[in-house]
Design a binder for this molecule. Structure first.
Ligand code: PLP
Length: 356
């Protein structure tokens, strides 16, 4: 690993009282290039602009995958990285689907740990804040001919962040989208490809103009089944049961927060179901007074309660617009593990040692 340290720090530019999400970046970034059929040695260097040719293939055709994961400053001052292995595996899956070469595991993991260690001073301390890591891979060929790229660049940048939504743990209003599709069966829904986000922008912007921060995505074919909420997986508590769409159709991103919630819930002996969910079933449960909680799960917000669902002319107010009991305890448990307050019983954390 080659390391070039920044001469001046960007830390003075950060307003820790107004972190927001993804506005500030740490001093260093990681770069690993793929050329002539192999990955080169990882390089850690000062965060800086890239020189990219206008003919860069990714700018035109979007052969690009990414990840999003977090490191936390614990209540004991130790730094913990959450589920490094799961994020690595998902990056590999996404890469395969986009025909990007597989990143070598040891180099990837070691250099991420090193990057966090070097920029440890950027990790905020307050509960709910963290260092967000954004690994991504882009094609680096310069050509307008549509093809799979021969050269690639993996980069990791890191950003001190607060809560993803301005609303924090306050329940959000959701517009149920019955017009547009983000993904379809056979498409890219089960991988973290930039293209899925491009496909989501128009409908999300339409919803925002009507005052809804996010949309509920129904299946891309019939708009009947529940897929995801915004850029999160969705969960329902119906009559005491935790229910979430299953992954088997390949239209749903296998969220690591989703997986963490399911593992915790099953460990506690909750009634858990992963299956297809008709949106009509949600409306029906609501009418019968059985829809107790709705929430999104994702690395950025961990748990994001849904307070209102707007479907055509209907408005469903969930749990009086307040965070539910199960949502709250899941949030407390996952953050408790992340900040070292609760035991890491599932082995999800990598403790980042101090630099010598
Ligand atoms: C990243 C992502 C999620 C959440 O995954 P986590 O691993 O929990 O952060 C959910 N849905 C989509 C579409 C995503 O891209």
């Amino acid at each position: 690993m080659k390391i070039e340290k920044a001469e001046t720090s960007r830390r003075g530019m950060i307003d820790y009282s107004k972190l927001g999400f993804g506005k500030y970046f740490s001093d260093h970034m990681l770069i690993m290039d793929y050329e002539q059929g192999q990955w080169k040695e990882p390089r850690i260097m000062p965060y800086q602009a890239l020189a990219i040719e206008p003919a860069n293939i990714t700018l035109h055709y979007g052969q690009c995958v990414f990840e999003g994961q977090k490191a936390f400053r614990g209540i004991d001052g130790k730094i913990r990285l959450f589920r490094l292995d799961s994020h690595y595996k998902r990056l590999v899956n996404s890469s395969k689907r986009m025909f990007i070469p597989v990143t070598p595991e040891k180099e990837y993991k070691d250099s991420i740990v090193k990057l966090i260690s070097i920029d440890r001073e950027f990790i905020p301390v307050e509960w709910g804040t963290s260092l967000y890591l954004r690994p991504f891979i882009i094609g680096m060929d310069n050509t307008l001919g549509l093809k799979v790229s021969d050269k690639y660049r993996l980069m990791v940048i890191t950003s001190p962040v607060a809560s993803y939504y301005d609303e924090g743990l306050n329940p959000i209003r959701i517009h149920v989208n019955t017009e547009y599709s983000r993904v379809v069966k056979g498409g890219l829904g089960e991988v973290k490809a930039a293209a899925n986000y491009a496909a989501s922008l128009y409908a999300t912007q339409m919803a925002k103009q009507k005052g809804f921060p996010q949309v509920l995505w129904l299946d891309g074919k019939e708009h009947k089944y529940v897929d995801e909420v915004g850029t999160m997986n969705i969960m329902f508590v119906i009559d005491g049961k935790l229910i979430t769409p299953s992954l088997e159709d390949g239209t749903i991103l296998p969220g690591i927060t989703r997986d963490s919630v399911l593992k915790i819930a099953r460990d506690w002996g909750w009634d858990v179901e992963e299956r297809r969910i008709l949106f009509d079933e949600i409306r029906d449960s609501y009418k019968r007074g059985l829809l107790q909680e709705v929430f999104g799960t994702g690395t950025a917000a961990i748990i994001s309660p849904v307070g209102e669902l707007h479907y055509k002319d209907e408005v469903m107010i969930v749990n009086n617009g307040k965070i539910g009991e199960k949502s709250q305890i899941l949030y407390d448990t996952i953050t408790g593990i992340q900040y070292g307050k609760l035991e890491d019983k599932f082995g999800w954390l990598t403790v980042i040692e101090d630099e010598e």
